[in-house]
Design a protein around this ligand. Structure first.
Ligand SMILES: Cc1cc2nc3c(=O)[nH]c(=O)nc-3n(C[C@H](O)[C@H](O)[C@H](O)COP(=O)(O)O)c2cc1C
Ligand code: SF4
Ligand code: SF4
Ligand code: FES
Length: 642
């Protein structure tokens, strides 16, 4: 087979690796090349060399990090520094909001918001003169202090990078660099020692690893079920569909460390008795796809994937399958149908894929982040993994921290950390000094947590207890300006669009929920609507066929539970306390503050503002379409939004 595009690297210079000894040789040779990044050199050994790590994740690439690499290389050439300075691409650092990001070793200087025109100054000042480019250093949003290195930054201090261990450290397109950081060592050890599959499954089960795709099912147990079914064929599927709005955890892992997923899938195949793997990836992830293709080709060229891996007699191959971006296709039975070429619709479970999955054969479906944990668990042991986290949720979790926090980004934290630590210590608090209102975890399947939940430990069970869920790792922070019925409407709008329509409660019920929320946020809701919202939500939860419908009402129920008062104000007083529901707003002009500058009147698209120059203006409420342009343009705070 080869459906894969050959990458542009020209003649293949990779040799087959036949045993763990040869793997160790590659490791030791490459380790020298990357020692500067791993703190393995002292000052004298370093000889004044530099390695400039340039983030080539999707975020930084879209803000010109490839041009930065080109400019840096050209400056290095111009200054005849090629022997001393290397420019290396990496995966995501997590702080994408401040991208493009660049990290210079050995001093570990972390530069943010770099642009191609900064390359000259970086080379001349930092490399040649040894003086940092201060304006590109990170400043804490809290006290404005410079935090020069990653480990100095509040954003990273409470993080623990296990899954993201190689992102930002190695070049994701260089298999030798992955090998240098013990990549493929776990699988090499297993194949060399012909480890009994059960022993691997025992270790994974003992580690307590639970699925990171949302459900939180024990990974070891899932593998054990599949391994126990006897069949001539079994399959390993990696779920890289990642459909939650705002989530990019899996994409970043695939872009930054694609070999870790390949290695984990080989291990899984060996453990459950499968020789074929599929990665179901969103077609909207071109960079992750390209890096996976390169990684798969390189692993094959090295004899680490395909037939007779490392001369062990074990075969395992991986094929990519592309999803078209339908949220429901992340549900495992829908995903399997989609790979089979059928409509991506879920089916009733049982039977679970572990018994009858792809082409009715025993199949394990695991999430990207789940897989990324596997090689390191086997290298460091279940006890090491169990030492992180809470009693029932072990290890770390990657979250996409978004919206109203100062430090938006991709973070990895030990399970059990509190929301307060994430939002205030890592996230740097709420933007513009506003008040924290709620945080939505688990995306459309999750719910809102509030101020009273800020100190709960984040783990699978506590989040469910509080009416939300872990989900795959989206974390949307909201402040006083967010309207909760409006938030519920946003998620319900998403669900209505994404429901596959196979079962009536989800197809019809979520539409009705959306209509009710639309009425409430338009000032046409009634008290009866609030009861119907709750009743209908519970009915959909109990009767929908798949997880999409079963969890769809969560944002409605959790906002109703936590913010009932806000719903009441919408329904009874026809007002939106957060000032978000357009139809419930009135824009007025405060005559005392208005100096008659006419800015608002000139900007109003419907000429609703009248008044003479240098005199207080007025808004004609019959004409006003509540666009908010005047509110945003007035510099004298004369426009009141109520
Ligand atoms: C509507 C819906 C969407 C889902 N989307 C994803 C997804 O994008 N990625 C993912 O890994 N799991 C997703 N899941 C969960 C999967 O069905 C499945 O539980 C998971 O891939 C199992 O892997 P894990 O045990 O490693 O978490 C989704 C579930 C539902 C109900
Ligand atoms: S619950 Fe919704 S998404 Fe799931 S099968 Fe039914 S209609 Fe389709
Ligand atoms: S809200 Fe818009 S339409 Fe209404 S007065 Fe202001 S600018 Fe004009
Ligand atoms: S993509 Fe560069 S930091 Fe995330």
């Amino acid at each position: 087979m080869n459906q894969y595009l050959r990458t542009q690297r020209g003649k293949n210079e990779l040799n087959k690796i036949s045993n763990s000894q040869e793997l160790a040789t590659i490791k030791s040779k490459t380790l020298n090349a990357i020692a500067i990044r791993l703190n393995h050199l002292n000052h004298q050994q370093n000889k004044g060399d530099y390695q400039i790590m340039v983030c080539r994740g999707t975020g930084c690439t879209s803000s010109k990090s490839s041009e930065i690499m080109e400019e840096l290389n050209s400056e290095i050439k111009k200054n005849k520094l090629k022997d001393r300075v290397q420019v290396i691409q990496t995966g995501c650092f997590g702080f994408c909001e401040l991208g493009p990001i660049l990290l210079i070793h050995p001093d570990k200087t972390f530069y943010t918001n770099v642009s191609p025109k900064d390359a000259k100054e970086i080379v001349e000042s930092h490399i040649i003169e040894g003086v940092c480019v201060e304006r590109l250093l990170y400043r804490s949003p809290v006290n404005k202090e410079i935090q020069k290195r990653m480990e100095d930054m509040d954003f990273y201090k409470k993080q623990r990078r296990v899954v993201l261990r190689n992102c930002s450290v190695i070049n994701p397109e260089d298999i030798k660099e992955y090998i240098a950081v013990d990549g493929y060592l776990a699988v090499a050890n297993i194949l060399r020692d012909k480890l009994p599959p059960n022993q691997i499954i025992d270790e994974i089960e003992k580690s307590g690893l639970r699925g990171r795709g949302g459900g939180g099912f024990s990974t070891g147990l899932k593998w054990r079920y599949v391994s126990q079914y006897k069949n001539d064929r079994k399959y390993v599927i990696c779920n890289a569909d990642e459909g939650d709005p705002g989530a990019f955890m899996d994409r970043s892992i695939l872009e930054g460390d694609p070999h870790s997923i390949i290695e984990a899938m080989i291990i899984c195949g060996y453990a459950i008795g499968a020789t074929e793997g599929k990665i179901y990836i969103r077609a909207e992830y071109p960079l992750a796809t390209r890096r996976l293709i390169t990684a798969i080709n390189d692993a094959k060229d090295c004899g680490l994937l395909g037939k007779n891996i490392m001369n062990s007699g074990f075969d395992f191959d991986i094929e990519l399958k592309y999803g078209a971006g339908a949220f429901v296709c992340g549900e495992e039975t829908a995903l399997i149908h989609s790979i089979e070429g059928e409509r991506g619709e879920p089916t009733i479970k049982p039977p679970f894929p572990a018994e009858a999955g792809y082409w009715e054969k025993p199949t394990t479906v695991n999430n990207v982040e789940t897989f990324a944990n596997i090689p390191i668990i086997l290298l460091k042991g279940a006890d090491w993994f169990r030492s992180m986290g809470t009693e029932k949720s072990k290890g770390t979790k990657v979250f996409a921290l978004a919206s109203k926090v100062n430090n938006v980004g991709l973070i990895e934290v030990p399970m059990g950390i509190t929301l307060r630590e994430i939002i205030y210590d890592i996230g740097g608090g709420i933007r513009k000094g506003k008040r924290f209102k709620a945080v939505q975890t688990g995306g459309p399947s999750g719910g809102c947590l509030t101020e009273k939940d800020l100190d709960i430990p984040i783990d699978y069970d506590t989040l469910i207890e509080k009416g939300s869920m872990m989900g795959s790792g989206g974390m949307i922070v909201m402040d006083e300006d967010n309207c909760m019925p409006n938030i519920a409407k946003f998620y319900m709008g998403f669900i209505v669009e994404e429901s596959c329509g196979k079962c009536t409660p989800c197809r019809e019920g979520t539409k009705r929920l959306y209509e009710i929320l639309d009425r409430i946020t338009s000032g046409e809701g009634t008290l009866e609507d609030l009861d119907t919202l709750e009743e209908l939500s519970n009915m959909i939860k109990d009767t929908a066929l798949c997880g999409l419908g079963q969890t769809a009402p969560n944002p409605v129920l959790s906002t109703l539970n936590n913010f009932y008062e806000e719903y009441l104000i919408h329904v009874v007083h026809k007002k939106c306390p957060a000032g978000q529901c357009k139809k419930l707003l009135t824009y007025m002009i405060d005559a005392e503050n208005c100096i008659g500058c006419t800015v608002c009147a000139r900007g109003c698209p419907v000429n609703a503002i009248v008044g003479k120059r240098k005199e207080a203006h007025l808004i004609d409420q019959d004409k006003c379409i509540k666009c908010g342009i005047c509110f945003n343009s007035c510099q004298f705070h004369a426009i009141i939004k109520k």
